[in-house]
Design a protein around this ligand. Structure first.
Ligand code: ZEM
Length: 291
């Protein structure tokens, strides 16, 4: 008996501390791999988590972040997912370090890490997603098409179960990152600080003068003053539409109000269609690297 280590039997059941270690590893990799785009993989990691979740259909209960089916063709090759391989590849070394976590939980945890590390609000997390096979891939066309108008935004986000207010709150993610001509065809960032989450997206929408960009690419707007920022037709629909605009104005006025609604809507988005065995009050909040 003495000197002999008795190892606990049974499967490894990860606890909060274990998921925090995954968070810390993603945060560290974000910090280290700073030679990408505007200096951070944060925006593209958030886009991966959003595109994994945004396929949800409330009528059939299909799609959503459970399954991580974007790993496979055809879903990985859907036009809307162009460029997200960069995010999936970024996470491979993390998956190797923590093989017990599912890709589906890892993608969502990383989206949360990206938001928090880019100085956004805390996004509570609970695990419970499991990876599923290619037969669970969703059909093309479930994610929004940037060339369309408010009717399309309401159809797509309504299918996920969101209200006007939540649609506008989620759109504030476009404070982050940029469009790439070799991915969506569009070009440029929405804000001057694309690796820090702020309510600048709403402020710029309301305060800048926007005109059609004169180029051979898809129809997009540019700011008249500097011609260095962009808006998609769907972004501009948020200030044209009577139902959306008051929410844009509210978020432009108060970053705290934006952060609160954004955190709630993102939490909902990331949990769509996931068969959790734990309740909402059992969600965890990760410590950020700067806490
Ligand atoms: Zn986006 N998004 N998005 N989005 N998005 C792009 C980039 C990013 C739309 C859209 O077509 C595009 C939400 C909603 C909507 C992010 C997060 C979220 C790009 C540029 C396009 C075209 C892709 C490229 O070329 O690389 C449309 C039409 C939307 C709704 C109507 C929601 C909701 C998001 C999160 C909550 C982020 C972070 C990016 C930046 C990605 C990057 O690589 O920099």
């Amino acid at each position: 008996l003495f000197g002999k280590e008795v190892k606990p039997k049974g499967p490894f059941v990860p606890k909060f501390e274990d998921y925090q270690k995954v968070y810390d590893a993603v945060a560290k990799a974000l910090e280290e791999k700073d030679d990408y785009d505007d200096g951070s993989y944060g925006p593209v990691l958030l886009r991966l988590a959003w595109h994994a979740s945004g396929t949800y259909d409330k009528e059939t209960g299909t799609g959503g972040s459970n399954g991580a089916t974007m790993r496979f063709a055809p879903e990985g090759d859907h036009g809307a997912n162009a460029g997200l391989k960069a995010a999936r590849d970024f996470l491979e070394s993390i998956k190797e370090q923590f093989p017990w976590i599912s890709y589906s939980d890892l993608w969502i945890l990383s989206g949360i890490c990206a938001i928090q590390e880019m100085q956004g609000p805390k996004i509570p997390f609970r695990p419970g997603r499991s990876d599923r096979d290619v037969s669970f891939c969703t059909p093309d066309g479930r994610l929004p098409d940037a060339s369309k108008d408010q009717k399309h935004i309401r159809a797509i986000f309504g299918r996920m179960g969101f209200s006007d207010r939540e649609m506008v709150a989620l759109s504030g993610a476009h404070a982050l990152g940029r469009c790439h001509t070799d991915r969506s065809g569009y070009d440029g960032p929405w804000t001057f600080s694309p690796t820090t989450l702020t309510n600048d997206y709403y402020k710029l929408l309301l305060e800048e003068k926007w005109s059609w960009k004169k180029w051979n690419g898809p129809k997009q707007f540019e700011d008249v003053k500097t011609k260095s920022l962009m808006m998609l037709p769907t972004d501009m629909a948020l200030i044209k539409d009577k139902g959306f605009r008051p929410h844009v104005e509210r978020y432009a006025k108060d970053n705290d109000v934006f952060f609160k609604d954004f955190a709630e809507a993102v939490t909902t988005l990331f949990e769509l269609g996931v068969p959790f065995t734990t309740s909402e009050d059992q969600r965890w909040t990760f410590k950020s690297s700067f806490d």
